[in-house]
Design a protein around this ligand. Structure first.
Ligand SMILES: Nc1nc2c(c(=O)[nH]1)N[C@H]1C(S)=C(S)[C@@H](COP(=O)(O)OP(=O)(O)OC[C@H]3O[C@@H](n4cnc5c(=O)[nH]c(N)nc54)[C@H](O)[C@@H]3O)O[C@H]1N2
Ligand SMILES: Nc1nc2c(c(=O)[nH]1)N[C@H]1C(S)=C(S)[C@@H](COP(=O)(O)OP(=O)(O)OC[C@H]3O[C@@H](n4cnc5c(=O)[nH]c(N)nc54)[C@H](O)[C@@H]3O)O[C@H]1N2
Ligand SMILES: [Mo]
Length: 781
């Protein structure tokens, strides 16, 4: 069957960006906002405006006055929509009825307007006053015999101010149970990098991209997930800097890009190529590929030195700044090329070629995303990237360093201000000193542990500062049940999502202001602050009239819960809410890096938090940077020993989604229209199984150590022949989450192995081909 014969599946011939992106912006806006409100797009990522609630890519220091992208426009219009979910809506629709709708339809209904409480007798959400909502939450939390029986989730949109107050309240209440979206995302970075270089964040600035001689990109899809990065990659490509991509899928935005910000390119010009080299390694092949590159480097270095020339490793840097080089060399010597080629799915010649590009470049930046972290050995993967950089001293100097592409727009800031289940003792001491509270010292729960505790009845209450926890986590079978077993669940949210429908005895839904909206408190209009992927902290101030007069800001809701839960609190919550400058002063009192916070954040574009590693100061116990050996090269998942014809599945994002938020059912750059029930596979892998493009297939997970009582199967997905490495398949998150076992995560960081699920494909029980497609539901483009 040819591609065009399957409904909703075709071929996208163009570059990333281009007119398609502009059309998509126009369409997203038409669908959601009045014309008056669309002018707010002019304020996205401007010094006087608000931070885009999309990705965490930084804003340029100067220049572009129109810093938003297609997917930023979708994120903004989705929040600034004219549609409303009112008490009348909930009176009309029971929770059971709403459960029958899909995730797209739930959020599409619009913004929440009123605090609501679930009534189990009627199966409806009913309006409550804020005071009553806070009273119920306070009573529920106080009723627990142990504060460690409550879980406090945070998604990465919350501002520094909201997140700081949240952790302050929770620690005064008495627990470090902070499952957060970082646990599912860059935790492998937060754990892996401090061991290697003493900080858990990236070390480069946006300006470094202007000076680097080569960029290596591992496992991220910028055209969809951080589109403003394409402008940066485009500039590097035009300068002639090689861009070397390691990705099992051919992602269009990594191949070529037509910038909507450049008129000539749009009208007559050609698209700019992005990748100079595109290596389609197997899913789970990164550690092997990196070991291959490093092995090749060592060989080249030895050959040069044998010939009397200086080598190509930075020996001075290695001697002065690092430990562990000899162990790394021993590990690379012990790793055979056969193994490397087999696991990576790349030839020795191509890895030597990549190593040659690396060796030739004086200054190298390595960028990476979820294709690196969401594996059984995600932490090990991150550390291999760092090893590669350390070999030539590619850190702590202009144009060189590591660049993790962070997820949510303020996920990095939330961590900085204390959302973590493993707080340092120094930080807890500071909280005690500044606020006179007694901070809990035990390690708290991360996301996997929180779900396990809820499922086992050890945790009885859950508060969610945003997000969609049970949909974002693996194993919906377990997560959904865990939610329903609680005594108290509280959701602070902008829009209705499925987690709100997993109700328990006492469930409250609290509507909050979004980034785009005016936040007026007793002391006047307030700004909040956020930190981007490159540690730049800046202010964000919304300007739109709130979606409902009843909305409260996230900091105000946290303060309301705190006052109702802790009548003897040592903290003056009302003073914090009247003027957020006071929250920032408190942050400054706890974290020395934030000195003069209120002054420095008023400068357009804000200030950069110090990164010692970027100055070659290593805050590790030894005071050195560390090469860290990963004594396998196999990050691939373990399949059940009896499983045959196993493929490795990565769950990925489409172009029309923001995590569990589905804007529409298209994935333009991958040629998909109006559907999400697809699995991308290599045509040869399909043929080997007697399948072809367009067939309906069932996908069964066959992970080892999975103790599911029922087989994990999703049914009737459409097989799509795609340019993807042999042995690798991909499907969308969250639809494919039913295949991911909660037990399969990186033991070092707790990050679920969303990108490495061993699966088998079978013709669907009923057989057949893809037929219809849900066209009416593609709200975006
Ligand atoms: N519009 C939009 N923007 C977003 C988001 C969104 O959903 N929508 N989400 C935000 C969040 S929270 C995050 S964390 C980021 C996510 O941004 P990304 O990290 O780009 O996220 P994914 O879509 O999961 O894509 C991962 C990429 O990894 C590749 N990959 C899969 N397995 C492997 C592997 O084993 N090795 C390698 N080298 N590559 C692999 C896939 O082919 C894909 O191109 O984006 C943020 N920005
Ligand atoms: N299979 C698979 N699963 C994954 C991943 C994957 O690649 N594959 N990626 C993982 C990653 S990287 C992440 S970060 C997680 C994401 O997990 P989460 O952060 O929990 O999920 P989101 O989908 O971003 O949350 C969306 C909801 O946030 C609420 N919201 C939106 N804006 C605001 C706001 O301003 N304030 C408040 N209070 N609420 C708001 C809305 O109600 C919306 O429904 O998912 C993880 N899950
Ligand atoms: Mo993320």
């Amino acid at each position: 069957m040819s591609k065009k014969d399957v409904p909703g599946i075709g071929e996208y011939g163009g570059p990333a960006g281009g007119w398609g992106a502009l059309q998509a912006v126009a369409k997203a806006l038409r669908g959601e906002m009045s014309t008056r409100r669309t002018t707010i797009l002019m304020q996205v990522n401007q010094p006087e405006g608000f931070d885009c609630p999309g990705c965490a890519w930084p804003d340029p220091r100067e220049g572009s006055s129109f810093e938003f992208c297609e997917n930023g426009a979708k994120a903004v219009s989705w929040e600034a929509t004219n549609k409303r979910v009112t008490p009348e809506f909930f009176a009309k629709h029971s929770v059971s009825e709403l459960w029958g709708r899909d995730d797209f339809q739930l959020e599409w209904e619009g913004r929440l307007t009123h605090p609501m409480a679930y009534n189990p007798d009627t199966d409806h959400y009913e309006p409550v006053s804020w005071d009553e909502a806070f009273r119920r939450i306070g009573a529920g939390l106080r009723a627990l015999p142990d504060p460690n029986m409550a879980e406090f989730y945070a998604s990465g949109r919350a501002s520094n101010e909201a997140a700081f107050l949240y952790q302050l309240f929770v620690r005064e209440y008495g627990t470090n149970n902070f499952p957060d979206c970082s646990n599912m995302c860059h935790e492998a970075t937060s754990v892996g990098l401090p061991q290697a270089i003493g900080v858990g964040k990236g070390t480069v600035t946006l300006e470094d991209f202007d000076h680097c001689d080569a960029i290596f990109s591992f496992g991220h899809n910028p055209g969809t997930n951080h589109p403003r990065m394409l402008g940066t990659l485009r500039a590097a490509s035009l300068r002639g800097a090689p861009i070397v991509v390691f990705n099992p899928l051919k992602e269009r935005s990594l191949e070529r890009f037509k910038s909507p910000q450049h008129a000539l390119e749009m009208t007559v010009g050609k698209a700019v190529p992005i990748a100079s080299h595109y290596y389609q390694l197997k899913i789970g092949g990164d550690a092997a590929a990196l070991k291959g590159m490093m092995k090749a480097l060592l060989a080249m270095d030895a050959a040069l030195r044998a010939g009397g020339a200086g080598g190509l490793l930075d020996r001075d840097f290695i001697d002065e700044h690092t430990l562990g080089f000899a162990e790394l060399v021993a590990d690379l010597d012990a790793t055979s090329w056969e193994e490397i080629e087999q696991v990576a799915g790349l030839s020795r010649a191509s890895l030597e070629e990549a190593a040659g590009i690396y060796a030739k470049a004086k200054r190298v930046i390595v960028c990476y995303g979820m294709g690196i972290t969401q594996h059984r050995h995600g932490t090990g993967n991150v550390q291999q990237l760092m090893n590669l950089l350390l070999l030539r001293g590619n850190i702590g100097r202009e144009g060189a360093g590591i660049c993790p592409l962070r997820g949510h727009s303020n996920v990095q800031g939330d961590r900085t201000v204390g959302i973590t289940e493993i707080p340092s003792q120094g930080f807890l001491n500071a909280l005690e000193r500044v606020f006179g509270i007694k901070a809990p010292r035990d390690k708290g729960h991360g996301a996997v542990e929180a779900i396990e505790a809820m499922h086992a009845g050890r945790a009885r209450a859950l508060v969610c500062l945003g997000g969609n926890l049970p949909l974002a986590m693996p194993d919906p079978q377990v997560c959904f049940e865990a939610m329903r077993r609680l005594d108290l669940s509280v959701h602070i949210a902008t829009k209705l999502n499925r987690s709100h429908l997993m109700v328990c005895k006492n469930t409250l839904l609290l509507p909050c202001l979004g980034r785009t909206e005016l936040d007026v408190q007793a002391g006047g209009p307030q700004s909040v602050t956020v930190e981007d992927s490159m540690s730049m902290v800046h202010a964000s101030r919304g300007t739109l009239q709130p979606a409902s007069p009843l909305l409260k800001s996230e900091p105000a809701i946290v303060a309301g819960i705190a006052k109702a839960t802790l009548p003897d609190s040592k903290i003056d919550w009302d003073a914090f809410i009247a003027d957020y400058n006071r929250i920032r002063n408190a942050i400054e009192a706890v974290f020395p890096d934030f000195d003069d916070y209120n002054e420095r954040v008023r400068v357009p574009r804000g200030f950069r938090l110090d990164s010692p590693a970027a100055r070659r100061e290593w805050r590790t116990p030894s005071g050195k940077a560390h090469f860290i050996v990963f004594d396998s090269q196999d990050e691939r998942p373990l399949a059940r020993p009896d499983a045959r014809d196993v493929l490795v599945l990565a769950t990925v994002r489409s172009h029309d989604q923001y995590n569990t938020t589905i804007y529409g059912k298209n994935d333009r750059y991958r040629g998909i229209t109006g559907r999400r029930d697809v699995i991308f596979a290599n045509a040869a892998d399909l043929a080997e199984r007697g399948l072809e493009h367009g067939d309906l297939v069932d996908i069964e997970a066959v992970a080892a150590h999975d103790n599911a009582s029922e087989p994990r199967i999703v049914r009737n997905f459409v097989a799509v022949a795609f340019d993807i490495a042999r042995g690798s398949v991909a499907a969308y998150y969250p639809e494919a989450n039913a295949l991911v076992a909660l037990a399969n995560f990186d033991r070092r960081s707790g990050t679920p192995s969303y990108k490495s699920v061993p699966v088998v494909l079978r013709r669907a029980a009923g057989g057949g081909k893809a037929s219809h497609v849900d066209r009416e539901e593609d709200a975006a483009a």
